[in-house]
Design a protein around this ligand. Structure first.
Ligand code: AMP
Ligand code: MG
Length: 519
């Protein structure tokens, strides 16, 4: 029995690979390959998202039932499920990487819920596929916890994202060399069930384009517009450019949200860019603690810093440029594609102005505010100020009597607080002058700021604490974090442990300040 009705359009409407052997290979002329999950030893449901379960019409007793847990581990198929891995390529760290594909993701099909919404389900870590290249198709518990928690945390923050339904321990171990330094160890394995209206990536279009498979590319574009952009209005000549413009707009909005909440994706390769403008593929991502636009959580990126916090808007645009190149052969109007990139710039600039106005509690963004805001970010960087803590404290500044002490909790180092207190004092005087011009009642301003400046984010060390405990067999901290992160903008009494800025021990600890792609 299945609690779901499936309507597997990706399989039905796009060409599949005729070869059904599960062997690593180049797959041409097809968008997907049939492949079944590899069963695991002893699945255990470690956590699930009740909101996502509700969106999929699942009661608690259904999602926790042994049959469902087996399905979420890839050990059994529910009726209507048809399993496959999709074929895509991508630019990794700026270089064309050729075929990549779902190397450890197995799609289960597309559920239509009672509200009529379409949700694709995938198991990440469900075993090898034709796209696994040299790797094992599995995922470790630490990275699965990170993907599970962050997907849901981002959703609750209001950031467009793919979602996570469940986190299942496999009861098997996986060998990983976490820092690629010749020290492999056996780690517990896990599987996340991911959910999104579509998991299509820029790389899905880049691969057929790079191979000169133009008919396949056209088919995939038509399919994507029909299934994932049903409201797109355009004449036949303008269809592709309009569609591309829509992707540019969604991507701009997504990145502006990342900059608002202090999220660093860490691997913005084109195969990790969603066509729907959703945050996708939570790997070596991180959250800004002390404000630093040059910070990247990804050790593989440490030398080039291509994917550091401050460069995300520029990299997203670069990735869109690659998508534009891929679909250019189908578009009669090249200038219209260029206009899509301009739309990215315009939307991003408008959005980031709104973001800054919101974060600083200004009623509306004015161009002259750039200096005030820029100076604050400079100060935060030089004085090592915690981003999340700073903005919550800033909302509590008294307009008539601004005191730097109100911000003190946001500083990591007392000496820097001392060193910069005069500059902070000066800045605050300018800031309150600006606020007075708005004349908004303080309580209203604070409430408005608190709606865009989260109290709780998935700080790197918090995720690591939950991982350490779960690796010892206790997933309770994962569940506790998920619970707090459901209401990230509300002060939650008794939850100070989840908002505290990074403790000293976490400053240089693996998993807390630096992560590798090994997962
Ligand atoms: P990522 O850096 O996670 O976006 O992954 C890049 C590519 O490597 C994708 O095609 C993944 O499917 C593949 N990949 C990553 N880890 C594994 C793994 N353990 N087994 C198979 N494929 C993997
Ligand atoms: Mg990926």
């Amino acid at each position: 029995m299945s609690p779901w009705i499936f309507d597997n359009r990706f399989l039905r409407e796009l060409p599949g690979d005729p070869d059904s052997r599960n062997q690593r290979r180049q797959v041409t002329g097809a968008c997907w390959s049939p492949v079944a999950p590899t069963p695991v030893a002893s699945p255990r449901l470690l956590a699930y998202s009740s909101e996502m379960a509700a969106s999929l019409d699942l009661d608690m007793d259904v999602i926790t039932s042994p049959a469902m847990v087996e399905a979420l581990a890839g050990n059994r198929l529910l009726s209507g499920m048809e399993t496959y891995a999709t074929c895509y390529g991508g630019h990794q760290f700026g270089q064309w990487a050729g075929q990549l594909g779902d190397g450890r993701v197995i799609c289960l099909g597309e559920v239509i819920n009672r509200a009529g919404q379409r949700w694709e389900l995938q198991l990440k870590g469900a075993g090898p596929t034709p796209y696994s290249r040299r790797a094992d198709g599995r995922a470790v518990l630490r990275s699965s916890i990170r993907e599970f928690l962050c997907s849901e945390a981002m959703h609750h923050l209001g950031v467009p994202t793919t979602r996570a339904l469940s986190l299942v321990g496999t009861g098997e171990s996986v060998m990983r060399d976490m820092f690629y330094n010749g020290n492999p160890r056996a780690e517990p394995g896990a599987i996340v069930c991911r959910v999104a209206p579509s998991f299509t990536r820029f790389g899905h279009f880049e691969l057929p384009a790079a191979r000169g498979e133009h008919a396949l590319l056209a088919q995939l574009v038509n399919f994507t517009i029909a299934r994932d952009f049903p409201n797109l209005q355009a004449s036949p000549e303008q269809r592709i450019a309009r569609w591309f413009g829509e992707i540019c707009e969604r991507t701009a909005r997504m990145v502006a949200h990342w900059m608002r909440v202090g999220f660093v994706h860490g691997v913005m390769n084109t195969d990790n860019m969603s066509i729907l403008g959703l945050t996708i593929d939570y790997g070596p991502y991180g959250w800004i603690d002390n404000f630093d636009p040059g910070w990247t959580p990804n050790t593989t990126d440490a030398s080039g810093r291509r994917y550091c916090f401050g460069r995300q808007p520029e990299i997203a645009r670069w990735n869109l440029g690659k998508l534009a190149q891929a679909v250019a052969v189908l578009s009669p109007d090249k200038e219209e594609l260029e206009a899509g990139l301009e739309r990215y710039d315009n939307i991003y600039n408008a959005e980031i102005g709104r973001v800054f106005a919101g974060k600083f509690g200004l009623r509306a963004w004015e161009d002259e505010d750039a200096k005030l805001v820029g100076d604050a970010f400079d100060l935060m960087q030089y004085a090592e100020v915690d981003m999340t803590e700073f903005f919550r404290s800033l909302a509590r500044i008294d307009v008539n009597e601004p005191k730097p002490q109100v911000l003190q909790e946001a500083f990591y180092r007392e000496d820097l607080y001392g060193q910069y207190s005069a500059s902070i004092d000066d800045w605050l005087k300018r800031y309150v002058m600006r606020l007075r011009r708005d004349g908004e009642p303080p309580q209203e301003r604070m409430a408005r700021m608190d709606r865009v400046n989260p109290r709780y984010v998935l700080r790197n060390y918090l995720a690591q604490e939950a991982i350490d405990l779960a690796e010892r067999g206790d997933p309770s901290r994962v569940q506790a974090l998920l619970e707090v992160l459901r209401r990230p903008y509300e002060e939650q009494p008794g939850c100070d442990d989840f908002s505290a800025k990074r403790p000293d021990w976490a400053r240089h600890k693996a998993g807390c300040s630096m992560l590798s792609c090994s997962s």
